[in-house]
Design a protein around this ligand. Structure first.
Ligand code: SF4
Length: 340
């Protein structure tokens, strides 16, 4: 919802200012998804507003729940007909994190990712990003009486290639007068957009940063994460060092494991050396993400090989987690979002 436009409309129509706060609280605090739900408004106003304003800037086309019930994927339609997806992930009992999209498609074109194969259609507006949160929060309230406790900018798109809109959406999500989620519960994952990392360190030092790394050699990383051709590992390494110096925060390193490509013992040792050259191991958590099928030429390593890789990094002093794949059966796992 565009609150500024709504404020102007209400003022021009002689509606008292307190009505704006009532709408704001109903939509951002209580997750009302339609004007009919905002029953504190006089009925004449409730009838007029839908002709001028939509509560959400996107329509929910489909909601899919995984067999285990721990992942819920939303397919949203944007104005103009493009489709995007968001996924709610039940990481711990009653704790839901929402993975949001920042672009329709993605220009980075990582070959292991379903979104990348579509290329970029367009950037999302700030409201189209924050409204994914509002729509998913409404769904959780109505179906389970539960709330979203974290948000991850890791859905479709490279967040720092749409920095202004992402920044405005983070402000909406963390503003105590709006959604009011703590900044420490907000994470942004980048494929390594160096100017974005530098701005993010200054603008949002309390939020979390994740890097989608996948490789620590330029040739391989440029194949797997083509943004590396613009911002090679030497630049990424400096930006991460500066980020850690400025924020004193831990960086989450996302590492999609592709069998026979980036999962050997020697690769684990090189990954460890690369991270140590950036900062002390206490500043990193390495999340190993077994590849989820997206129809490309890759496959996930066997469980045993993931274990060996993980234990090797652990023995070198790094904190390592192996990401449980939630939502693979609804194509809602990492790399699978395609807005079909
Ligand atoms: S992995 Fe991320 S950056 Fe790469 S194509 Fe997919 S959405 Fe874009």
């Amino acid at each position: 919802m565009d609150l500024k436009k709504l404020a102007v409309f209400l003022e021009e129509n002689g509606v008292p200012a307190f009505r704006l706060k009532q709408v704001r609280d109903a939509v951002y605090k209580n997750f009302a998804a339609s004007w009919e739900e905002i029953s504190v408004l006089p009925s004449a106003l409730r009838e007029r507003l839908p002709r001028q304003f939509r509560v959400h800037t996107l329509d929910t086309l489909e909601t899919q729940v995984s067999k285990k019930g721990n992942a819920i994927k939303f397919c949203f339609e944007l104005k103009g007909g493009l489709k995007i997806e968001s996924v709610l992930l039940n990481i711990m009992p009653e704790k839901w994190s929402l993975c949001v999209s920042t672009q329709a498609g993605c220009p980075v074109r990582c070959p292991f990712c379903a979104t990348g194969r579509k290329g970029l259609k367009r950037n999302l507006s700030p409201e189209e990003i924050s409204d994914q949160f509002l729509a998913a929060a409404h769904y959780l309230k109505v179906t389970r009486a539960q709330k979203i406790s974290g948000v991850i900018f890791m859905g479709m798109g490279e967040p720092f290639l749409n920095y202004e809109a992402v920044s405005a959406a983070i402000k909406t999500i963390t503003d105590p007068d709006l959604i009011g989620l703590g900044a420490r519960h907000v994470s942004v994952s980048t494929a390594g957009h160096v100017p974005g990392i530098r701005r993010f360190a200054k603008d949002f030092p309390q939020c979390n940063l994740a890097i989608s790394l996948q490789a620590v050699e330029d040739a391989l990383r440029s194949d797997l994460v083509p943004l590396n051709r613009n911002y090679p590992l030497s630049q990424l390494s400096r930006a991460l060092r500066d980020y850690i110096t400025t924020t004193k925060r831990r960086v989450f390193v996302e590492y999609v494991m592709l069998d026979g490509v980036n999962n050997s013992r020697s690769t684990a040792a090189r990954l460890n050396s690369w991270l140590r050259a950036v900062a002390a191991p206490k500043y990193f958590t390495v999340n190993l993400i077994p590849y989820n099928r997206t129809g490309g030429p890759y496959k996930a390593p066997a469980r045993e090989r993931i274990k060996i890789f993980s234990e090797l990094l652990g023995s070198l002093g790094l904190e390592v987690t192996v990401r449980k794949s939630l939502g693979e059966d609804i194509a809602g796992a990492c790399g699978q979002l395609a807005g079909k």
